[in-house]
Design a protein around this ligand. Structure first.
Ligand code: PMT
Length: 220
């Protein structure tokens, strides 16, 4: 049995993609399967935490032992659900792949097909982690993820600072065995002092325990 080193801690985890609807039958999304976030939720719960899991649409099974499980579709819905619970959390881990943009307007009826070119106007979604990170309370620990394709460590450091995080987990989603959908990931964990820890390819389950170990170290 795992050590209950998160016993009594409230942990919020977001997972999966968001969907930004164009019309009733079409949306913009990304390939997130929820595996990384759900593995973290399972690990945190096994280690004694009260876990709130806020999840975008995924096809994997909900982990057992959640205190609170909330399903959302859009980035805006995820934002609203996060804001409702964030103040009571000791730890927030934002694994979700949140859509940065949404269609400026959603059509209530299915857009008809034609042979002419169409263009879609997009507007930015609010950055959930930026907003909650910059309102973080003294005793809270916030962990972000960064899905990158280039300059992975530099981009990760920028996001850590901008979003006022304690740790950021970066993954190069172009690497084989890393990122979206795979059973494994290849991660680097960066802390506020800009220390970078690199880990070899491992299952998302094992890496979740490593990420939680790093968080537990910050609690001490
Ligand atoms: O779900 P899997 O298939 O297992 O894949 C795992 C993963 C690749 C999705 C995961 O490891 C990962 O990298 N998650 C973060 C994806 C992402 O959106 O990264 P980003 O660099 O665009 O965002 C940086 C951080 O800001 C993230 O913590 C994100 O949750 C947060 N964010 C981003 C945009 C936004 N509008 N609001 C946010 O809170």
């Amino acid at each position: 049995n795992p050590v209950e080193d998160l016993k009594g801690k409230n942990v919020l985890i977001t997972a999966g993609p968001t969907r930004e609807w164009i019309d009733p039958v079409r949306f913009i999304s990304n390939p997130s399967s929820g595996k990384m976030g759900y593995a973290l939720a399972k690990s945190a719960s096994e280690r004694g935490a009260n876990v709130t899991l806020i999840s975008g649409p995924v096809s994997i099974e909900k982990p057992t032992g959640m205190s609170n499980f909330v399903k959302v579709e859009t980035a805006e819905e995820m934002y609203n659900e996060v804001v409702k619970v964030v103040d009571s959390q000791d730890i927030v881990i934002k694994t979700a792949a949140v859509g940065d943009y949404r269609p400026k307007s959603k059509s209530d009826i299915k857009l008809k097909k034609s042979n002419s070119k169409v263009s879609l106007e997009l507007e930015p979604n609010a950055d959930i982690l930026f907003n909650i990170g910059n309102n973080k309370k003294e005793n809270q620990i916030f962990v972000g993820f960064a899905a990158e394709t280039n300059d992975v460590i530099e981009e990760g450091k920028k996001k850590l600072i901008k979003k006022n995080l304690d740790l950021i987990v970066v993954n190069d989603v172009t690497e084989v065995g890393a990122g979206f959908q795979s059973e494994t990931n290849i991660i680097k964990i960066i802390d506020k002092e800009k220390n970078v820890k690199e880990f070899p390819m491992d299952t998302k389950e094992n890496l979740s325990n490593i990420i939680i170990d790093e968080i537990v170290n910050l609690l001490k």
